[in-house]
Write a protein that binds this ligand. Structure first.
Ligand SMILES: *[C@@H]1O[C@H](CO)[C@@H](O)[C@H](O)[C@H]1NC(C)=O
Ligand SMILES: *[C@@H]1O[C@H](CO)[C@@H](O)[C@H](O)[C@H]1NC(C)=O
Ligand SMILES: *[C@@H]1O[C@H](CO)[C@@H](O)[C@H](O)[C@H]1NC(C)=O
Length: 284
């Protein structure tokens, strides 16, 4: 539990600055935009994202800035002077992902003094959470009581979140119970469908394929009607929305039975770690 909370804090701490901050890069650091600076060494450890800005700082009249294509970058050929930025404090917002090339158009500055910069701009939003598949949980219906008479299955289900892709395991002594997936009407009246539709192995695994309400009953006479052997759950839609960086509440641990997969916390550690590292790299 403590480690889950810690991971959640790491994830929130990682995401909040990441989604709200664009970074401003002063090209060349405190050297600025001038002769004989290794701009590739400066750019090497930086991550440029859509929405970030570059600031070219230099003594006005001594340099300028041209955004060029790869060919012009390699040959140090400046476009027409009308395309130049010349204020001495030129701010460029990185509007699209991809490679961007910049040179100084003053003769020999690019060709002889290396006054040129190429960067790769990455897509704005980090994708760790949406890209990773949603972890699925396995629920043992009824916890360590299993699927039997006189268990309050609604109390068992109450604090759990069932998602598309999760599985229910109905565990019981074979021949003593069975499992029918039914509609709401049959659920309320405890009427079992034809026996052919029953699950009877004693270890029946159902994957929750679609969102919505699902009803299950035991088809043995009186088990549903007199002994409450029935379960209704609501299955939520699958993947979390990309807009919501923090996943919904994880399935709660049963008081007495550790019956869901550990993949959930492993996944959180993974995502939390990726986000943390990514954030550190971005903010450096
Ligand atoms: C690259 O830019 C130069 C100068 O602006 C231009 O003459 C040339 O056509 C461009 N080349 C390509 C492949 O876009
Ligand atoms: C949880 O309950 C199931 C079904 O009764 C049982 O097979 C399993 O061993 C239990 N797990 C633990 C950790 O108690
Ligand atoms: C509900 O299920 C029962 C038993 O399978 C069936 O006879 C009935 O037609 C179903 N009702 C609805 C509304 O689907």
């Amino acid at each position: 539990m403590a480690s889950k909370i810690l991971c959640l804090i790491i994830m929130i701490a990682g995401f909040l600055p990441a989604i709200t901050m664009a970074t401003e890069y002063w090209v060349g650091g405190d050297k600025g935009w001038t002769l004989d600076v290794d701009y590739q060494a400066w750019a090497k450890d930086k991550t440029f994202k859509v929405g970030d800005t570059l600031v070219f700082k230099y003594t006005k009249g001594h340099h300028n800035v041209f955004k060029v294509n790869q060919t012009a970058f390699q040959s140090c050929t400046a476009p027409p002077p009308s395309e130049a930025l010349t204020t001495g404090h030129d701010v460029i917002t990185l509007a699209k992902p991809g490679k961007k090339w910049y040179i100084c158009g003053v003769p020999t500055h690019c060709s002889d003094h290396n006054q040129k910069l190429v960067i790769t701009v990455e897509d704005g939003a980090p994708a760790p959470a949406p890209a990773a598949p949603a972890p699925s949980a396995e629920y043992w219906v009824g916890g360590d009581k299993g699927w039997t008479n006189d268990v309050d299955y609604q109390a068992w289900a109450k604090d759990k979140t069932f998602k598309v892709g999760d599985t229910l395991v109905f565990k019981y002594t074979k021949g003593h119970h069975n499992v029918f997936k039914v509609n709401q009407t049959a659920f309320q009246s405890c009427i079992a469908p034809p026996p052919s539709e029953g699950l009877t192995t004693g270890h029946d695994v159902l994957t929750l394929a679609k969102p919505g309400k699902k009803w299950y009953i035991c088809g043995f006479p009186t088990h549903c009607s007199d002994h409450n052997q029935k379960l209704v759950i609501t299955v939520e839609g699958g993947a979390p929305a990309p807009e919501a960086p923090v996943p919904g509440p994880a399935p709660k641990k049963d008081d007495s039975n550790n019956s869901y997969k550990v993949t959930t916390s492993a996944y959180k550690i993974f995502v939390g770690g990726v986000v943390l590292i990514w954030t550190i790299l971005t903010l450096v």
